[in-house]
Ligand binder design. Sequence first.
Ligand code: ADP
Length: 376
Amino acid sequence: MSRPIPTEEAVRSALATVIDPELRRPITELGMLDTVSIRDRAVHIRVLLTIAGCPLRDTIMQDADAAVSAVDGVDRVEVELGVMDQQQRDALKDQLKGEGGRRGIPFNDPGSLTRVYAVASGKGGVGKSSVTVNLAVAMAAQGLRVGIVDADVYGFSVPALMGITQQPTRVDELILPPVAHGVKVISIGMFVEGNQPISWRGPMLHRALEQFLTEVYFGDLDVLFLDLPPGTGDIAISVAQLLPSSELLVVTTPQSAAADVAERAGAMAAQTGQGVAGVIENMSWLELPDGGRLELFGAGGGAALADRLSATLGLDIPLLGSIPLDIALREGGDTGTPLVLGAGASRSRGELLAIASALTRRPRGLEGLRLNVSPR
Ligand code: ADP
């Protein structure tokens, strides 16, 4: 049987499987496929990049080449790269912002189905960022569309924990976040030179966060995590104002003093009207070679915090899990490969995966809030 001559239709439908790495949509839907020409078994395609210096040009080119090469009857593929003109870019931006060029924070749209979790802690160093990245990566591995906003302005660490060195791409005023382990990540750390400390004041922080939420293109997300700075500072208040439907996840160690300060972070929710999705205890104990547990930071802080928040807020705030100390968790952070991605059973990975599943199953936003009324 003779091989078929490839058709333009077959080539176009093969290219519909090529996903733009940043926008996470098929290039054919984004106006990036300019022309397809076929001569005998040689296919020439022209793909338009959003901007000239697109950092992912090689990936797009290789993916397009591979997709067309796999079409039945194709012997030779040539991928030519071009760049969108202003009109084409404007059309793309309009498409991304939704019909009519929506403004404002997309997660506040009445129809938004994105669950927004603001991860808070009373003080630094309790593992808030490590927990955030592991939960996000675990959810992405389950097939959810996940984003992280690293709003820990003084101690931004999410890019390093995720192994991201790439900068966001700017398409005019639209910012495309880098993607790592299936998660879209934007961090204040991506906008400062080197590793400079930041000494911004409240209004500037509020503006920066607002800009992240309006100008960064996350697309449709199932879950957005915000990694907050420790404490009850300006950013936590800004988050409550900018994303009123966000819910807090409070991370603490088992130490009672740590749980006390975390309670202030959680109790702020009562003032701002934010929901609290639950408490996560981290660094709960160290597993000893004989199977025993060394409770380095004491015990019971997470459960005590959940109880106290339940009493303060008049709602049932669950302790979602207790994550032991684990060298592999720290190493995963140091190498930019979150622990949940590894293989093998460990208690800490098991807890993180279980918390991620519990958060995924929870009904979102208001549906999950139990009101203080009982039927008569
Ligand atoms: P925070 O965001 O609260 O400041 P980080 O997530 O940056 O805290 O964690 C602080 C340090 O503790 C990091 O070096 C991290 O790798 C380590 N760490 C966090 N949780 C654990 C854990 N369960 N076991 C071992 N090391 C941990």
